[in-house]
Design a protein around this ligand. Structure first.
Ligand SMILES: NC(=O)c1ccc[n+]([C@@H]2O[C@H](COP(=O)([O-])OP(=O)(O)OC[C@H]3O[C@@H](n4cnc5c(N)ncnc54)[C@H](O)[C@@H]3O)[C@@H](O)[C@H]2O)c1
Length: 360
């Protein structure tokens, strides 16, 4: 078992990583919660695989469990599902002494976290993330969210869990495309951390290797995210580093209209930002190639698709990292040495062009 302590201004909690930990989930939860009623929020896919097992364990541990299931997929991060869940809590007479346990990927984590943060002005929360993306990223840091028709994650709160319990064994049932997508996030973290973490990635030569090294990859990614979150809980400074690869990545995701998953678009964005900053002389030449090699071995895309420069620029100008007339980029002064660079919007075309040289 690896334990990473997260300390924030509102709560301190542990992130525990252990193969098979879902089999002893009640034991782990009892270290932070007294016996109480639990709303186990999950989605249709993860629920079918793991909810019975988790419910049985929790009941044997003295908890009373109500399972609440939402449809799998991003569309569940909605007001409609939020209303359904808070009404279900209310009808079952949940009080502030009870708790919400999120069992699923980032969608369930974001939605259940949001529900926990607003029900009775806040009910205790535990995260049991089951996708690689949720295990290395979304379950840690306390961001909860819903989507609006106008955009993703536009409603939400900062709300910390009492415990994050990660069982890498759950990744064996995750579809490969999603496993690989989550690995893109790991490559991003490793490039920001450098050193032994970056070296560890050399052992990953195919998607199955991700499963073999999952506990270490998760522990290192979470340690990094925890460090950043502790230094900057609400995204004023250091937390911006987590946006590495997202500036062009988001634009590509948006313009692809569903063709690429988020992590795939970010993979392209990671390589592109290194190319952009290599051209500026701020990132050592060869970095883009080194990052692309780590992504390509598992089948992540590394070359930007044919997108016209002006459409990419328009999408980038709407990025949430635009402040006033500047867009702040994250770049690598070297592997493991991330820096922030504000770029005036008027100069964006010149900066982005080197990453789009093959595009009309
Ligand atoms: N809060 C944050 O800090 C943060 C950070 C990054 C991403 N996010 C959010 O996370 C979401 C994406 O997360 P995701 O990629 O986990 O998506 P997801 O929750 O939709 O999971 C992807 C799919 O995999 C299935 N699944 C999950 N675990 C499984 C398992 N062990 N076995 C089989 N199937 C499984 C799910 O049912 C779903 O169909 C987005 O909504 C994004 O906005 C939040």
């Amino acid at each position: 078992m690896t334990t990473i302590e997260v300390k924030t201004t509102t709560a301190d909690y542990a992130v525990k990583v252990k193969i098979g930990s879902l089999m002893t989930v009640a034991q782990a939860i009892k270290t932070v919660w007294t016996p109480r009623r639990i709303a186990l929020i999950t989605d249709t896919t993860v629920g079918a695989l793991y909810a019975d097992q988790v419910q049985t364990q929790l009941m044997a541990g003295g908890f009373t469990v109500t399972v609440l299931t939402v449809p799998s997929g991003e569309a569940s991060k909605s007001w409609a599902q939020t209303m359904r869940l808070v009404e279900a809590l209310s009808q079952a007479h949940f009080t502030r002494n009870d708790g919400v346990v999120a069992l699923g990927g980032g969608v369930v984590g974001d939605l259940a976290g949001f529900v926990a943060s607003i029900y009775m002005r806040g009910i205790s929360l535990i995260q049991l993330p089951t996708s690689l993306l949720a295990q290395v990223d979304s379950s840690v840091g306390g961001k909860t969210a819903l989507d609006l028709p106008t955009g993703k994650n536009l409603v939400g709160s900062f709300y910390q869990p009492d415990l994050v319990l990660i069982d890498p064994q759950t990744l064996t049932t995750l579809p490969q495309r999603m496993l690989v997508e989550g690995y893109g996030e790991v490559v991003k973290c490793a490039a920001l951390v450098g050193g032994d973490f970056w070296k560890l990635l050399q052992s990953i030569q195919q998607p199955d290797d991700i499963l073999l090294l999952a506990p270490q990859l998760i522990a290192r990614s979470v340690s990094f995210k925890a460090r950043v979150v502790m230094a900057d809980e609400k995204e004023g400074g250091q937390r911006q580093l987590l946006n590495f690869g997202h500036t062009i990545g988001h634009a590509v995701e948006l313009l692809g209209r569903g063709r690429w998953m988020h992590g795939e678009a970010v993979a392209m964005g990671l390589v592109a930002v290194c190319q952009v900053f290599e051209a500026q002389g701020l990132t050592p030449v060869g970095t883009a190639q080194a990052v692309a090699a780590r992504l390509a071995v598992v089948g992540l895309p590394t070359e930007l698709p044919d997108l016209a420069l002006n459409t990419v620029l328009t999408a980038m100008r709407h990025d949430k990292k635009v402040h006033g007339d500047q867009l702040t980029w994250v770049y690598l002064a070297a592997l493991g040495q991330p820096q922030l660079q504000p770029v005036p919007l008027t100069d964006l075309a010149t900066w982005v062009a080197p990453a789009l040289t093959t595009v009309a």
